[in-house]
Design a binder for this molecule. Structure first.
Ligand SMILES: Cc1cc2nc3c(=O)[nH]c(=O)nc-3n(C[C@H](O)[C@H](O)[C@H](O)COP(=O)(O)OP(=O)(O)OC[C@H]3O[C@@H](n4cnc5c(N)ncnc54)[C@H](O)[C@@H]3O)c2cc1C
Length: 225
């Protein structure tokens, strides 16, 4: 006997988990069926567990035209939601609402701009969506993590466009925090900056870019926590 109400199966916001990719011991992606809504690369969804009573926001990790809707999730020790998400298996149902947010890349913008994407940890998610959606986009991606194993899906980015900054091991392209690397970089005056991740990184990176002379309207931010 099913515990689901008869109309629940038809709910447009319910998605069955098709695949779980384990990227590190703590970080995994959930692959769901293709999105049933239109979204812009860079936007996020609200994700819940069917039958649960909480939801959290997750950037969409897949491209607009990809076959699956995918999200990248790091389990937070002592967190409420992510340890529960981690227990899910293919076949389990999740509830998806969205898309939400203004951190989205317009096609005209992608075609003409020169971008620097700055991400800490899973903050790389919206940039992977953007790169999948606009493979021709002119970008540099600076990714800050603690250990090089957290270079999620690194092989999908051209090696001359992706710089890994590792603070706790020396196996990245730069040993130290991404803000240390950022200080040493020179960027063209018309560069657009997109920042995503934890608030401390974003606050520090904003200061560095301001000191380099960039206007606030060249910089767009998505804060995770
Ligand atoms: C717009 C938006 C998009 C987001 N996209 C993603 C995403 O793509 N992938 C992703 O993993 N998370 C993302 N997050 C964070 C996510 O919504 C949750 O906050 C996170 O999964 C923790 O949920 P939790 O219930 O396990 O922890 P909670 O019980 O809600 O929080 C526990 C503590 O952990 C802190 N925390 C939250 N996230 C992290 C983290 N990644 N690392 C360390 N500490 C953290 C919180 O500040 C809090 O102090 C996004 C947040 C926002 C606002």
């Amino acid at each position: 006997m099913s515990l689901m109400k008869p109309d629940m199966k038809m709910d447009e916001s319910f998605y069955k988990i098709e695949e779980i990719r384990h990227l590190t011991g703590e970080t995994f992606s959930l692959k769901l069926p293709k999105a049933r809504f239109a979204f812009q690369a860079g936007q996020h969804i609200s994700l819940g567990i069917v039958g649960g009573n909480q939801s959290r926001e997750y950037s969409i990790y897949s491209g607009v035209n990809d076959d699956h809707l995918e999200v990248l999730i790091k389990e937070v020790e002592q967190g409420y939601f992510t340890p529960r998400l981690r227990k899910l298996r293919p076949g389990n149902m999740v509830e998806v609402h969205g898309p939400f947010g203004k951190f989205g890349m317009e096609p005209e913008h992608a075609a003409t701009g020169k971008f620097v994407f700055i991400a800490s940890g899973t903050g790389i998610a919206p940039f992977r969506s953007i790169v999948h959606t606009f493979p021709e986009i002119d970008y540099q991606l600076i990714h800050g993590v603690r250990y090089s194993k957290e270079a999620y899906d690194r092989n999908e980015y051209a090696s001359d466009r992706y710089t890994l900054c590792t603070s706790r091991d020396k196996n990245g392209d730069y040993h130290g925090r991404l803000t240390g690397y950022l200080k040493s970089c020179n960027f063209a005056p018309d560069t657009q900056f997109d920042l995503c991740g934890n608030s401390e990184m974003i606050f520090d990176a904003l200061e560095i870019l301001k000191r380099k002379g960039f206007d606030r309207d060249q910089i767009h931010c998505e804060v995770y926590f």
